[in-house]
Write a protein that binds this ligand. Structure first.
Ligand code: ATP
Length: 324
């Protein structure tokens, strides 16, 4: 394998807090090892625009604590095509890029694989707030999003208790209920609705009414955005069914993506950034760095893009049991 002297890095898909921390770790580890580092703007879209520049150590200074991504991120339909991927590869070659670090979600890892198949050494780093990726216990950004959600739940509970209300709180996660389930446990929700465990409106109504009859001053219902019942539909049904509490909705939305990365996310992002570059320099490719137990280890990209993460139904049951 040819020696790696020039490494590029990009962030892709939805932004996640901690991406900047990871960019910093990639750049500084590469520089420490005597490599040049190119930052590619706006993910694969920026690659196809040939939008990249050398990054120096000082350019990634002061970003360890900043949410979002200084490189920008985007979704590119052109890069999903073979012609787009070949064009991207040719642009990377024109800059003599020897290897690439891709920081993003599972779609971004599919893009990474496309470049591996064209002969480029690539290592992925998982960053997405939904935690829907196979191969890592936690992706970068998940912990920060959970902290944001739990802070919001605490605030909403204060006002819910004062008015004896039920609050329906919608969290992100189109196909994966991870954030909702964990929010249910750490936020003390009465009911959690997730895509992996469909429920009926009647079941939810019965639980909320039961909580009212048991003398609770508030009821917190967490609804994952991909749940089988829509938040608005559930709110109007609860109002009509007269479950005791009056109902209010809060859709947390993009608030969950922003903010300073937590200590956990900064540490994870730093470890993953460093080990991603170390892996490339050691000749590894076609892998993603994954948190397995307490260790950060390479897992095959082929598995990441083909395997489904299992739902955390044990925590789902825990949230239900603790809601009594
Ligand atoms: P998030 O989980 O936050 O949505 P993601 O990385 O899964 O992040 P996607 O929009 O699915 O976000 O993927 C990001 C980009 O990766 C896409 O816009 C596209 O350019 C590229 N990509 C996705 N799937 C493929 C694929 N099968 N082949 C090549 N490129 C792909």
């Amino acid at each position: 394998m040819a020696e790696i002297k020039r490494i590029a890095v990009l962030t892709s898909g939805g932004d996640a807090p901690g991406m900047n921390t990871c960019i910093r770790a990639v750049v500084r580890t590469a520089l420490y090892n005597g490599c040049d580092v190119f930052g590619i703007r706006d993910g694969y879209e920026g690659l196809l625009r040939n939008d990249m520049a050398l990054l120096e150590a000082r350019e990634v200074g002061g970003i360890i604590q900043r949410g979002g991504t200084i490189l920008g991120t985007a979704r590119s339909d052109e890069f999903r095509t073979e012609a787009g991927q070949a064009k991207g590869m040719q642009i990377l070659k024109s800059h003599n890029i020897d290897a690439l670090v891709v920081i993003g979600g599972d779609g971004s890892m599919r893009g990474a694989r496309a470049l591996v198949k064209l002969g480029l050494p690539v290592v992925g780093v998982p960053a997405t707030i939904d935690n829907d990726m196979w191969g890592t216990n936690m992706a970068i950004g998940v912990d920060t999003a959970l902290n944001t959600i739990s802070d919001a739940i605490d605030k909403l509970r204060d006002t819910a208790s004062s008015h004896r209300r039920a609050f329906l709180i919608e969290t992100m996660g189109r196909n994966c209920g991870y954030l909702a389930v964990m929010a249910g446990v750490i936020g003390g929700a009465e009911v959690v609705l997730i895509p992996e465990a469909p429920v009926t409106i009647e079941e939810v109504a019965a639980k909320v009414e039961d909580a009212y009859k048991r003398g609770k001053t508030h009821s917190i219902v967490i609804v994952s955005e991909g749940a089988n019942v829509l938040t608005t539909e559930l709110a109007s049904a609860l109002e009509q069914m007269d479950v005791g509490f009056s109902t209010r909705i809060t859709i947390l939305g993009h608030i969950q993506r922003g903010g300073r990365p937590t200590a956990f996310d900064r540490l994870l992002a730093s470890r993953m950034g460093v080990t991603a570059v170390d892996a490339l320099l050691a000749g590894q490719t076609d892998v993603m760095m994954g948190l397995r137990g307490r260790e950060v280890e390479p897992v095959p990209l082929a598995d990441v893009v083909s395997k489904q993460r299992e739902a955390n139904l044990d925590y789902y049951e825990m949230a239900k049991m603790l809601a009594f």
